[in-house]
Design a protein around this ligand. Structure first.
Ligand code: NAD
Length: 298
């Protein structure tokens, strides 16, 4: 029976995952190495809960209840010691995740399930650094977590039927739709999405069309709610680059090689929404979509 949940990483995804569990009455320990990220996460959760009140999804009492269910920690050892389930949502970097899972295996109760929200990194490889491979699983939420219905549930090589069943039914309890998939690079979601985003960036890089034109073609022509370049900004360009590298290395197929423009943008610190600029520029409080100066046509 899962009651206490710990979430490791309080960025774009971690705060959404903490939000949804807290909303459904779970006690949530939100852990990050960065106190500033934790403070920001609580503010974002509060703002998103308020949005749900305005939309009449929650009332004021439920909003306050959800906020009161969340505690913050800067130490994994303290944050996971009573957890039944830990969901890791730290930066998409394999060495970092392996280190975190070693720590989780040391400090979490022996029967706790260890899940990763990774977009692409092998669950089997992550499980191999623990002594509980049967209890390690992928629980891949979509961004923004409180809104998006899908949870991609990834079975690693050693993941047990029991662990899979628990996570499938827990996802349904959160009013999400879980889909079970096997553990190969990018799973299903990003194996299909990232080549499209990369191709959109190549289309810009090769001068076929501008940012506005590429996104408009995909929005109006394919009925996508957001163009691929805007979506890349929303996901985080650093995260997109990391996923493409996993696909490229995992399949050994050059068709997944990240576009040099994406590589350059990440090196220049242009990570999309989270850094204030990517293909578009983002000013706090403004909703208009403005193409970044670099990509404006003269
Ligand atoms: P992010 O950069 O917004 O946040 C990552 C957070 O992890 C930061 O707050 C950072 O301080 C924290 N962190 C780094 N090292 C840590 C450690 N040792 N212990 C605790 N916290 C640590 O990243 P994100 O977009 O939230 O992505 C997190 C994970 O979710 C990645 O694996 C990513 O692939 C996956 N994911 C992202 C999206 C998306 O749309 N951004 C969607 C689905 C899955």
């Amino acid at each position: 029976m899962i009651k206490n949940v710990a979430v490791v990483g309080s960025g774009t995804m971690g705060n959404g995952i903490a939000h949804i569990f807290a909303q459904f009455g779970y006690v949530v320990n939100l852990i990050d190495i960065d106190q500033i990220a934790l403070d920001k996460a609580i503010k974002v959760i509060e703002k998103n809960l308020e949005r749900q009140v305005v939309k009449e999804i929650l009332n004021e009492t439920q909003k306050t209840g959800a906020l009161n269910n969340i505690r913050t920690f800067t130490s994994i050892a303290d944050g996971v010691k009573n957890a039944d389930l830990i969901i890791e949502a730290a930066t998409e970097n394999i060495d970092l995740k392996l280190k975190i899972f070693k720590d989780l295996d040391t400090y979490a109760p022996a029967d706790a399930i260890l899940a990763s929200n990774t977009s692409s990194i092998s669950i089997t490889q992550i499980a191999a650094v623990t002594n509980r491979g049967d209890k390690v699983i992928g629980m891949h939420f979509m961004n923004p977590v409180p809104v998006m219905k899908l949870v991609e549930v990834i079975r690693g090589y050693q993941t047990s039927d029991e662990t899979t069943k628990t996570i499938m039914s827990l996802s349904a309890d959160l009013q999400k739709t879980p889909v079970e998939v096997n553990d190969y690079p990018g799973f299903v979601a990003n194996r299909i999405l990232m080549p499209m985003i990369n191709e959109a960036i190549y289309t810009l890089y090769e001068g076929v069309a501008g940012v506005y034109e590429i996104d408009t073609v995909m929005k109006l022509g394919m009925a996508h709610p957001m163009g691929p370049l805007q979506l890349a900004d929303f996901i985080g360009l650093d995260t997109c680059l990391a996923i493409l590298k996993v696909l490229n290395n995992g399949f050994g197929n050059p068709k997944y090689a990240p576009c040099p423009l994406l590589v350059n943008m990440v090196a220049a610190g242009k990570k999309g929404v989270k850094s204030g600029e990517g293909f578009y520029q983002y000013t706090a409080g403004k909703k208009d979509l403005v193409v970044a100066e670099k990509f404006k046509k003269s």
